[in-house]
Design a protein around this ligand. Structure first.
Ligand code: ZN
Length: 166
């Protein structure tokens, strides 16, 4: 079986990266090691996925990703005001704290973070923390392999924990 030589659709890629926003490092694989994902299946943000097509193992690249290709534009409407008493009594609510809200209508859990604590309610910002930010990645392809049939069927790589934020 021929192993892939360049990053292409349906290849499992191992990638090291450092993500900077406004010259500040906000994420890096330095400690936990590279992420592994199935290229072309939207496991990572679109702007980064697009930029690494054709890269070879060992190759490094700087990639700038605009919000529309990253975590989206900041949506000033994407707030939810919820009753304070839906949170457990012993939970110390703080500004910026990540929370999960269950939406009965859609039967889905949405993630957000606390933007404001009022007398009887909490305002949750549903924007991704990096929404509206221009992302500067330094990436290095450290490995690649053919995907298994199962991985292609599932649409994601197996065998490594995936950072769902990327
Ligand atoms: Zn799977």
């Amino acid at each position: 079986m021929n192993e892939p030589q360049t990053v292409e659709h349906g290849v499992v890629v191992s990638l090291e990266y450092t993500l900077q926003v406004d010259d500040e490092v906000v994420e890096t694989t330095e400690e936990d090691g590279p992420i592994e994902f199935l290229q072309g299946y939207e496991e990572i943000i679109p702007g980064l996925e697009r930029a690494i097509y054709g890269m070879r193992v060992g190759q490094e690249k700087e990639v700038t990703v605009e919000p529309s290709e990253g975590y989206g534009e900041y949506d000033g409407e994407a707030f939810e005001e919820v009753p304070l008493d839906i949170f457990p009594d012993d939970m110390d609510l703080e500004l910026g704290m990540p929370v999960e809200l269950y939406d009965e209508d859609t039967d889905e859990t949405v993630e957000g973070y606390i933007a404001e604590i009022r007398t009887d309610t909490v305002v949750v910002d549903l924007n991704h923390p990096l929404a509206g930010e221009t992302l500067r990645f330094r990436v290095k392809v450290v490995g690649m392999r053919s995907a298994t049939d199962e991985e292609l069927a599932h649409g994601h790589a197996h065998g490594h924990d995936m950072d769902e934020d990327l």
